[in-house]
Design a binder for this molecule. Structure first.
Ligand code: SPV
Ligand code: MG
Length: 332
């Protein structure tokens, strides 16, 4: 099954889907390891990891490359935050083709103008017209090649201060245009406006929320609103990374060395394991012994002095230290 198929399946089964923001292969893998259902390729996480503002400074290609790295690292679906689609409807067409072809399960596109600014930033903002964004959704849905790929429309009307009525008006238009789900975003410190929106929602399309600013809406409470199907924990990994790295570096500097910090850290062997080093070595040895077996059988058939052909000698070098020099085999 494709990852888009898996995401669809998650939407069709009971319960909420929890996806967590990550910014590279390692952090995506850690999210899966912790048991979450998917990865949020967050523009805030990815731009922070490049140390540039979350304001379309990175390009679609930067986000695509990072999403591919994350997708390769996990078996769960990756949902990519594609900002406003990196331009107009023509950019959206290409964006959907590229992310879908890369095996990404779905994308979330927001009705912000280009360049965007992060939704949690306290700044005055205007959204694009409903017509423009509806056109972008139509373009995105027309561009997808498979049935399962999901395109979510993200409504920024509450963030922009346009109010619930406008948020609902936009969301309904986006559903008509073909959106597979609606992300209703809010930066209020209490969930009341999101709950008001959810209560008024009567379309047969699931809702998605990002409770960064209203963490009191825990999963136990979310489950009492069946229209909310997916929760995004958007930026908690990169915030953890910054805090943890700072703490380690402070201790190393203050204690004048690594003696106190070393026992508290993940071991180098654990890193090797996470990287797949041991698995790689086992495979390498298996391949080498198969290669040796082939050569032995050929030599046995010929029953004569044989020199390893140069392509096998080359393979030996590529495979590492076990056979660095061409060997002369004497059989019988
Ligand atoms: C992100 O994680 O990049 C998001 C969510 O878009 S927010 O930062 O809340 O806008
Ligand atoms: Mg974002």
């Amino acid at each position: 099954m494709t990852k888009a198929g898996r995401l669809r399946e998650l939407f069709n089964r009971p319960g909420i889907i929890r996806i967590v923001g990550a910014h590279n292969g390692l952090t995506a893998m850690l999210v899966e390891e912790a048991g979450f259902e998917g990865i949020w390729a967050s523009s805030l996480e990815v731009s922070s990891s490049h140390l540039v503002p979350d304001a379309n400074i990175l390009t679609m290609r930067d986000y695509l490359n990072t999403a591919i790295e994350m997708n390769d690292a996990v078996s769960v679906p990756v949902v990519v935050d594609v900002d406003q689609g990196y331009g107009n409807c023509n950019n959206v067409t290409r964006m959907v083709r590229k992310f879908e072809a890369a095996g990404i399960a779905g994308v979330v596109m927001e009705d912000n103008p280009f360049p965007k600014q992060n939704s949690l930033l306290e700044r005055k903002r205007e959204l694009v017209s409903i017509e423009e964004f509806v056109g972008k959704i139509i373009a995105g849905k027309r561009a997808q090649q498979t049935r399962d790929f999901m395109l979510f429309a993200r409504v920024e009307a509450l963030i922009a201060g346009y109010g619930i009525r406008e948020a609902l008006r936009r969301a309904r238009a986006y559903v008509k245009a073909g959106a597979d789900g609606i992300l209703i975003h809010s930066k209020r410190r209490d969930p009341s406006e999101v709950i008001e929106f959810v209560d008024a929602w009567n379309e047969n399309v699931p809702l998605v929320i990002v409770p960064t600013k209203y963490p009191s809406l825990t999963e136990v409470r979310v489950k009492t609103f069946p229209k909310i199907k997916m929760v995004i924990y958007a930026n908690h990994v990169i915030r953890t990374v910054v805090g943890a790295v700072r703490q380690t570096l402070r201790e190393m500097s203050e204690t004048g060395g690594i003696e106190t910090i070393s026992p508290k850290l993940v071991t180098v062997n654990q890193l090797f394991d996470l990287q797949g080093t041991f698995k790689m070595t086992r495979e390498e040895e298996m391949i080498l012994s198969k290669a040796e077996e082939i050569v032995r059988s050929i030599d046995a058939e010929r029953g004569q002095l044989a020199v390893l052909p140069s392509y096998i000698a080359g393979a030996d070098l590529a495979l590492g230290a076990r056979a660095q020099t061409p060997r002369v085999l004497f059989d019988g």
